[in-house]
Ligand binder design. Sequence first.
Ligand code: CTP
Length: 413
Amino acid sequence: MKRIIKDRLPAELQKVLQDVNADVKDMGYRAYLVGGVVRDVLLGNRIEDLDIVVEGDAVEAARIIGGKYGSAVKVHNRFKTATATIGQRWKADFITAREEIYAAPGALPDIRPSSLYNDLFRRDFTINTLAVSLDDYTLIDYFRGLEDIKDRKLRVLHDKSFIDDPTRIFRCLRFETQLRFEIETKTKSLLVEAIDAGFPLLLSIDRLSNEFERLFAANEFGRIFLRMHELGILEQLFDTEYSIDNVCELLKNAPVRGCERKTYIALTLFDSIDSKLLGLILHKYKKYYEQLSCLRRKRQDIWRNHGSEKLDFSELYELFKSVDMAVIKFLMTVEDEAFQKCAKEYCEKVVRFPMHISGEDLKALGFEPGPDLGEMLERAKKLILKNRIEGKDDQIEYLRSMVKGSGEQWDRA
Ligand code: CTP
């Protein structure tokens, strides 16, 4: 097993961990890889971030080790943990081995330094309780985590796990879908009990937002969303009517990764679920929904005045210019064909239109520097787009002729 684990770690990471181990030993401590990283190594999945439990002072270890790599070290005094980037790219959480005491369900726990065993015993699922000694890559498995990984089972360590920390309800559904694991029978009934008793509602907006962010990043959010619906979590949180089939269908078209993915998912939810709590949880994405609503209003006005006639480049520019690309991509999937065409033309032609003029060019044409110059530049751009003047010289020449003209065109731009 030692050999398998070592060989699955990238060579650069092996070297980094060797150095970490040497430093930690010099401090008189011991260190272990724990949690998700060990689980993912055993499953042959890509390793993302590292969790390193230190039997000793993890903050001191992070400061010394992070310092060697020139990394900033972010300390969380309350939990005696610290985050640093080690090696070329490894974001590592250094955790002082600890036990946790939950004063109230949903609240953050109080902690006290403890042994590796107790640190692992406080965790959510058996598959996340495995540790690997940095000294010699021995796998430490106090709670049958390896067996559950082999059987692809999600099993809580404690009956009160979901109650102490209801974020684990969301984590459970995320792991179930992402890892394609089955929730073991007793864990499933504890999960249902915790949901039915309303524990998700005890979480703060911040903690719910965090969990939603992580769900959005999961590769099959649509499936997780369906599970949340089946288990009654959505109804409990949002208390509103929505068409689950419709939402799941839209979620299938979410971009695969990045900020566009999360914005797309958030807009899909905003568009389907009218709930104040959803607005609070997804507050980060509200500005995008405002852009979307504003765009839809503008579009209605334009359609009313123009009919569905083709818009020229300057009208398309005016319609879409203040809207994020992620919002436009969302519209391109959900709106009617006429609107989709406009959005496509804007992305493919207007955004790529070779615009060469700047404020300096306008000044050279005799415009006064000052606050109005930006406004004039916007008008100039729209005139150029409307008439599709390409090439720097032609654009300047065109503007020069406009300056000499009656000024009517500027006013209308
Ligand atoms: N953990 C826990 N209860 C939580 C959150 C985390 O017990 N509510 C423990 C788990 O042992 C987990 C470890 O803390 O493995 C690290 O948590 P985190 O980095 O959030 O998750 P990972 O398990 O690493 O999984 P992933 O990064 O894939 O979400």
